[in-house]
Design a protein around this ligand. Structure first.
Ligand code: NAP
Ligand code: 3JN
Length: 342
């Protein structure tokens, strides 16, 4: 009984969250195979009451696997996902490698679950900043028709992996103690006590002046929402928060939505929790969203500078709904469809 699952990148920030979520949700497992680089081969990780040994990722790692969850970077996915598919497993890929491929469904289960059925062996998991945006945009689009979206992100360092978290911690300590000991390795500028309008940390800028992260948000949102001409622009910013991405979002709709109507619509939206009581200083915070599964929305208000405008503040855990949880929700939907575990 159960399915055989491989986690590729099992030692990483996303991979370890995947293991935690598989355990929490009691995912029906027959076998769990942990794969990473040769650096980690032979190390052990705890899963439930067991100690599992990490194996080096190889072309033949997918024999007998039903579902492989990939989060070891785009180049690893490009090289190994084809071997996974050849071995008969479905790859749920957390990287940008296949997201914009027209034959690959790009899925957020609350938004476009119907796309899962169209897969040909690969299902892509969107970028974290896209996921938390579309779970809120979709119900607004259904109710009033989306016309234009302007989004600015405030992204946690864990989006850039364990080494980035380590850099924030060590740099902060070095500045506070005035030790000058820490030498930056990951971010192009000081991240402690700062805000960097550049994600990712290298190869970020395109000829149009946007970063790759900004163009991911734009293109992925259009694909998931099935609105290829949606007017949407993004500015993505890294801030010294460890976990939880925040977004300031301005939306224009075809039909006017009042603040009350918007609350009513979002209160029924799957995966969304409204946290919006400004009189009592209640609104979404990264510290509150960390470790939670929902996408939180608050500061809901009408934008009086345009005819049908809304402002929203959207926060979610980038490692959970933004990555590991969304991938596992896709895997759960695959199980429902195919009943491979029956
Ligand atoms: P991380 O903390 O740096 O972990 C990287 C993981 O990849 C580690 O398990 C590492 O294994 C493994 N790895 C690296 N090179 C490998 C290789 N050649 N073969 C096999 N495994 C290899 O990074 P992370 O934050 O978990 O992110 C990993 C990837 O997930 C990112 O590059 C990105 O593509 C994707 N991601 C997606 C989202 C999203 O928005 N949905 C968010 C964050 C990350 P070792 O420990 O052995 O080095
Ligand atoms: O920095 C963040 O907050 C999110 C980072 C995501 C990321 C990091 C490295 C490579 C991605 C991604 O998921 O788009 C990738 C990538 O796969 O290209």
């Amino acid at each position: 009984m159960g399915v055989s699952v491989a986690v590729v990148g099992a030692t990483g920030a996303v991979g370890t969250e995947m293991l935690r979520i598989l355990e929490e949700r009691d995912f029906p497992l027959r076998e769990l195979r942990l794969l990473a680089s040769s650096r980690s081969a032979g190390k052990r990780l705890k899963f439930k009451d067991e100690e599992l040994t990490i194996e080096e990722l190889r072309k033949d790692s997918f024999k007998g696997i039903d579902i492989a969850l990939f989060s070891a970077g785009g180049s690893v996915s490009k090289e190994f996902v084809p071997h996974c598919v050849k071995a008969g497993a479905v790859a749920v890929d957390n990287t940008a490698a296949f997201r914009m491929d027209k034959d690959v469904p790009l899925v957020v289960p609350e938004v476009n679950p119907e796309e899962i059925a169209k897969h040909k062996g690969i299902i892509a998991n969107p970028n974290c900043s896209t996921i938390q945006l579309v779970v809120v945009l979709k119900p607004i689009d259904n109710a009033a028709g989306l016309k234009r979206v302007v989004v600015s992100t405030y992204q946690a360092v864990s989006g850039a992996g364990w080494q980035a978290v380590d850099e924030l911690e060590k740099e902060t300590e070095s500045i506070l103690l005035n030790s000058g000991e820490y030498k930056r390795k990951i971010f192009p500028h000081q991240i402690a006590f700062n805000a960097l309008p550049q994600i990712p940390q290298s190869d970020a800028f395109l000829p149009n002046g946007y970063t790759t992260e900004e163009m991911k948000m734009i293109n992925e949102t259009r694909k998931i929402m099935k609105k290829p001409s949606l007017r949407i622009t993004a500015t993505t910013v890294r801030i010294p928060v460890i976990r939880g991405h925040s977004e300031s979002v301005n939306v224009e709709t075809e039909r006017k939505l009042t603040r009350e109507e918007t609350r009513e619509i979002l209160s029924k939206a799957p995966g969304v929790t409204i946290m919006d009581d400004p009189e009592h200083q209640i609104y979404p915070l990264a510290t509150l969203a960390a470790g939670r599964d929902e996408t939180f929305v608050g500061r809901i208000r009408e934008d009086s500078s345009v005819e049908n405008g809304l402002n929203l503040w959207i926060v979610s855990d980038n490692l959970r709904k933004g990555a590991a949880l969304n991938a596992i929700q896709i895997a759960e939907r695959l199980l429902e469809r195919t009943k491979v575990h029956a």
